[in-house]
Design a protein. Sequence first.
Length: 542
Amino acid sequence: MLRPSLPRFQPADLVAGFLVSLIALPLCLGISLASGFPASAGVFTAIVGGLLVSFLGGSQLTIKGPAAGLIVIALGAVTDLGQGEPERGYPFALACIVVAGILQVLLGLVRGGILGEIFPLPVVKGMLMAIGIIVMVKQLYPTLGLQPIGKDLPSQIAALPGALAHSHPIAAGIGLASLFLLVLWERLPWPNLKRLPAALLVFLLGIVVGHIFSLRDSKPLKILGDQWPRGPQFMVQLPEEALDFITFPDFTRIWEPLSIKYIFLFALIGSLETLLSTRAVDLLDPWHRRAQLHRDLTGVGIGNVLAALLGGLPMISEIIRSSANVSYGARTWWSNFFHGFFLLLYLTAGASLIQRVPLAALGAILVYTGFRLAHPSKFAQLWHTGRQEFIVAVVTVVFTLSTDLLIGILAGTLAQITWHMARGLRPTDFFGISLSPEYDNDHNTLYIHIRGALVFSNFHSLNKLIEKVEVKQKIVLDFKEARGLDHTALSHLKELATLRHDQGGILELKGLELLHAISSHPLATRYKKNHRPIFNFKGFKF
């Protein structure tokens, strides 16, 4: 499982690892608390992801650690398994993460990297947007110095306007100032200054303001004639002893249906986010290296097992920190190692400073993170891609917010399948596709004739065939006899074409003019031109 060779350490990796650790520290603390875990759990996970998984993974520039995308699952696990008491459910949730990590290892060993290809992109985007909305709503409460009102999301949304009148003035001031700083920092016109992480500035701002108002002091503070509480409940809290950082899983309820549900969610969503993030970072790699997705998934699975055995959150290949890693000039996976190393230093040598961070500052970071996941521009992008993709994403969002994440994913996928079938695709199209490869006379170009419909669920067959072709050989995909090509498959083809071009190869698509695009977007879903829609009413065609 260890990497076949160790690259030489380069100073650029040390610098990048240090800078990424400054971003990671406040995010790890915030994600831990938002997940119902101890504050140290996320930092511990990033330490394991850096110091261990760096030597196991199959990618060069990805950063391993906890992610906002898993907050909803982790919080649901500790709350449901603890029957409303997160502290009680914490050991049971750790057991679920251990088993989910084992499943990820097995997935990696059987080349389960195709998991990142078989879900419709609108469903994945809808899932992330729904998670962003949930994170924003839930974290607005600590940002304003409040305890959440209501157990489910609809009741928390309904109670939020009334709760605003009871905002804690100091905590809310820190939270709102932090949000303002995060928004402002992204819009600054000075690139060199923006290299300083905004999350770190929020972290430091919170410490300074909290110290000025003695927010840790248990004595109430009088403001404009009103008494407002202060105390450690408004601050990050860490264990006094080093061994108290460690919590062991409780496997006594591991076979219960509720545990199995969360095992499945941790494994599925964690693997999906890891694979999608790793592929995205491949496109950012200045040296055009391509990750070994199966090895990377196995490495993350091993890391999850170890982290959860000691009390940590689940980890993924995190896209925001990985993108920052690339922008800071990282060259190899040593940057991920140093990111974990510096976090270990912060946790051991800087624990007293961490405990001076107000929860409102961390809440603001997560509100902003959630907003970026559910930014209105993401809905607009899906609308321009095609009404079909937009509606599928909205179905995913609505069902996720009203029920849970698993039902949302299933509902969105069913909506995508239903829409494809309404446009003339057959049930068999989703399980396989006819591919006829043949070389030209000089054996320099491989023509792959595609019959049927190339969609999200069968794309892995084509990808598997392409992976066997030498990079330097030209590949031509012929769609003259195809019935359809959906947005997900076309997006994957764009990524493959970019990667092969960067490596000196060519991937060309031919015959797309025979397929009708549902919008003007270059990656829009396409169907056979002579197809007649099944339904047509009030000018809206299916």
